[in-house]
Design a binder for this molecule. Structure first.
Ligand code: ATP
Length: 801
């Protein structure tokens, strides 16, 4: 198949031929990206070629450019590294190498290239596209091809996918592989933590990131590190050692038994001198700590991709093919990015330039610019890290009259993120001089026993990686005994409330707000922080704990598929949680390669089952030799009253006529997870701190209003910034009339991509909630079903019918 039919008769085949390659350092999720490109390409009528060994494959040509079929990429979602190989190819940096590459592409009839790699690989791709017309002209001039033969190849289409564990590319919030790498780091640091605490040791952990501190920063937050060193925010060259010693000694004096410092491999001081793990170790040894260095090295690249990277790679791979088909000679080469939870296209070369400008900013000691040039949340994440690590030094404490008592309560089924969120909230509150108060065992704990306790630094500092709920949680609502709830809040002088949990937490906040006219104490600022594995809290696209659930399901389904594949003739129907929300099912189906997904949003019919049985038979027919896939369906627990998991399994068995068998698999409560994922830990810190900031700000504004009223003669019929006195609510505390808040301060913390929006609880309840089905009205994950149907073959089968 070396021959390109178009070289002989240009009109004969006008199918787009796309080559896909992985280049630079490997990253988990690259295989998923290649799978998506191959299958989406075939579905959309293209031929797809795998370019093996990065740019070397283009330069060598021949067997290195191999046509890929639908079946060639089966099972690739769950594999780490890249199965088409990657390399650093020096020849491609030379003009002669690129000329050779152009020749090989034309020989194969390839006119589009999708490159998955870091900024180096994407720069190479853009140079190649710019040079393409001159390379083609040279190939005609030196007699390799005739003018007619190269006529269809006047233009080369390039599309970039960012595969890099460093998360260092500008114009995208996430790169393929970064969260998987972060997950590996956190797993390793958790292991190290256990031994560090046992021996009361200090560990210096060196992580990857020559020019980018994202991995070190996120790992610092997720692993409860004492300190971190990153290239974008270098410490003072004269004082960093003393500052490091101070923070570690302070934490030790508070009772911490271990010390963890995370150092990015490219860490610098503000004079651009490298900060090495060895230097950090020396400091810790000087303060008497038994210190070890662990350089994590290549384990950070290893292993299967986490759920999020599989999603990112899959959605972006499909969009890369669409971008090829929509490209014109005048459109700049796009880079497929991910901003605010949406796949976006950005001009590739601009993004690469912006990325390189971070390194330049660091070289020129413009460190503030370097921080700003990273993705939108980088600077905020750094501030949040300081809030939960360094700021117990007292520098951030507010004046005493602004100190608050803030209660934190867990409501609903447990998730793995409850403790991490509570820890971050408590540490932030303590750093500001407030008092965090934990409510034990939800609203029943409160109403039956008045179970509240002040949370100290030492109480919570170890909760970053602890699943379950240290405070205790249950589904009871405040309406069970709302008067007693008000009584205890008033008795403990609570001035702010954070409710962490799922639909019941959301419902609780609505009830508390509704009860304000009877119980003025509920006029204090209150925030619901969504945390549920089902991700069914209305008004928010993400709930803390759902990522852990998805990763549990990814591992579970990978094992199930492996078993199905090994036993050759077995199909599994996996039942997942989610209540009436199909989010978890759709996401799991997409990232594990399920043949079909059954959700409450799409009605199961006899006809759809019939179609899926056809698809199943077809995939069994395509099993050849050693090339066999594990076959699996995902069914949400409430997707149909009639077609239960057992019934679906029986229908499959019955219709197989003995050719294969079927089994159910129900992971149940395992889905709540054990240890929170790195993503859940980082998001927990971010959203919990934002909830606290909202409570502070709301109290501050209310006090401002009160002050204005006092200044103007309290009690008269005054207005202030449009508020009249009746807008402000008071309680009597120890006989004294005290202001508790105003009306607009009961909020759901809604997460939309990387943005956080505080939404009025009543508005979300009235406009965005399907109360009966306990979920939001917006099906924001709808695209996942379409993409899964495309990549499982379901859409193709339907279009053939
Ligand atoms: P990582 O983030 O893992 O470092 P990367 O894509 O940045 O990935 P590089 O080693 O910089 O990794 O680039 C990978 C390959 O891309 C190079 O080996 C080379 O073949 C090609 N490449 C990089 N820069 C250029 C360039 N300026 N011109 C042509 N090709 C290039």
């Amino acid at each position: 198949d070396l021959e390109n039919p178009r070289l002989k008769e240009p009109a004969k085949s006008n199918k787009k031929r796309i080559a896909v390659m992985t280049s630079g350092g490997d990253a988990p999720g690259m295989c998923a990206a290649v799978r998506a490109v191959v299958r989406a390409g075939i579905y959309l009528g293209c031929e797809v070629y795998g370019c093996y060994e990065g740019y070397s494959g283009l330069v060598k040509g021949g067997e290195y450019l191999k046509k890929m079929d639908w079946e060639d990429v089966r099972g690739w979602l769950s594999l780490g590294g890249t199965l088409i190989g990657t390399a650093r190819c020096m020849e491609f940096k030379e003009k002669w190498g690129r000329l050779q590459a152009a020749k090989n592409m034309i020989l194969r009839g390839v006119d589009a290239l999708i490159v998955c790699g870091g900024d180096g690989s994407l720069t190479g791709a853009d140079i190649f596209r710019d040079e393409w017309p001159s390379l083609v002209a040279e190939l005609v001039k030196n007699g390799t091809f005739t003018e007619d033969q190269v006529e269809p190849y006047k233009h080369l289409t390039i599309v970039g996918l960012v595969g890099s564990i460093d998360n260092d590319m500008s114009s995208t919030d996430n790169t393929i592989g970064a969260y998987s790498s972060l997950e590996r780091i956190c797993e390793m640091v958790d292991y190290i933590d256990a031994t560090a605490a046992s021996h009361s040791r200090a560990f210096v952990v060196e992580v990857m990131g020559r020019h980018c501190g994202w991995l070190a920063l996120m790992a610092g937050t997720a692993c409860g590190a004492d300190s971190i060193f990153i290239p974008e925010r270098p410490p003072n060259s004269k004082s960093w050692k003393d500052e490091l010693k101070e923070v570690c000694l302070r934490h030790r004096s508070k009772g911490r038994r271990k010390t963890t410092v995370i150092v990015a491999e490219g860490a610098l001081d503000n004079e651009l001198n490298p900060i090495t793990s060895e230097q950090v170790k020396e400091c810790l040894v000087e303060i008497g700590l038994d210190t070890r260095i662990t350089t994590l090295g290549h384990v950070q690249r290893g292993g299967t991709a986490v759920a999020f990277d599989r999603l990112l790679a899959t959605l972006q791979g499909v969009d890369a093919v669409k971008a090829v088909l929509e490209s014109t000679p005048n459109t700049p080469s796009p880079m497929i990015g991910f901003v605010d939870n949406k796949v976006v296209r950005r001009p590739l070369i601009e993004s690469v330039k912006l990325t390189k400008s971070v390194a330049t900013a660091i070289e020129e000691k413009r460190f503030d610019d370097a921080m700003q040039l990273r993705d939108t949340t980088f600077k905020e994440a750094y501030d949040h890290f300081l809030s939960v690590s360094k700021y117990d030094d007292g520098t951030q404490v507010l004046p005493e009259n602004q100190h608050l008592n803030v209660a934190i309560i867990h409501v609903g089924a447990p998730t793995s993120a409850l403790n991490a969120a509570t820890r971050a909230a408590a540490l932030y509150l303590l750093s500001r001089g407030h008092t965090p108060i934990g409510v034990e065992n939800g609203f029943t704990g409160l109403t039956r026993h008045g179970a509240m306790r002040k949370l100290s630094w030492l109480d919570v500092e170890e909760w970053h990686n602890l699943g379950g709920s240290e405070l205790g949680t249950n589904r009871s609502l405040p309406s069970t005994d709302i008067g007693t709830v008000a009584y205890y809040f008033q008795r403990f002088e609570i001035q702010g409330l954070i409710i962490i949990g799922g639909f019941e937490a959301f419902h609780s906040l609505h009830e508390l707000k509704q009860a304000r006219s009877l119980y003025p104490i509920f006029n204090m600022p209150m925030v619901c922080l969504p945390s549920t594995v089902s991700n069914n809290v209305p008004g928010s696209e993400y709930s803390l704990g759902s990522d852990t659930c998805l990763n549990v399901l990814v591992n579970y389904c990978d094992a199930i598929k492996q078993s199905a594949s090994a036993s050759r003739r077995r199909v599994f129907v996996v039942e997942v949680q989610g209540g009436y929300s199909g989010f978890i099912a759709s996401y799991t189906g997409l990232v594990t390669g399920s043949l079909a997904v059954y959700t409450p949003e799409e009605k199961i019919t006899l006809r759809s089952i019939q179609e899926d049985l056809e698809l199943l038979n077809k995939t069994f027919e395509n099993d050849t030799g050693l090339n066999r896939s594990g076959k699996m369906f995902i069914r949400n627990e409430k997707s149909s009253k009639i077609y239960t998991t057992d019934l679906l399994t029986s229908i499959i068995r019955e219709s197989a006529h003995g050719k294969y068998e079927s089994r159910t698999a129900v992971p149940g409560h395992v889905q709540q997870g054990k240890t929170p994922t790195a993503m859940d830990r980082c998001h927990s810190a971010r959203f919990a701190i934002k909830a606290c900031e909202f409570i502070e700000k709301s109290n501050f504004e209310t006090n401002e209003k009160l002050q204005a009223m006092l200044n103007n003669g309290f009690g008269s019929n005054l207005t202030y910034k449009g508020h009249t006195e009746p807008d402000l609510k008071f309680v009597y505390r120890r006989g004294k009339k005290q202001l508790v808040g105003d009306l607009d301060n009961a909020k759901l913390l809604g997460i939309h991509g990387s943005s956080v929006v505080f939404k009025d609880i009543d508005e979300v309840w009235d406009n965005e909630t399907d109360v009966e089905l306990r979920k939001g009205k917006d099906i924001h994950w709808d695209d996942m079903n379409m993409v899964n149907d495309m990549l499982s073959g379901r859409l193709m089968l339907r279009s053939e019918r």
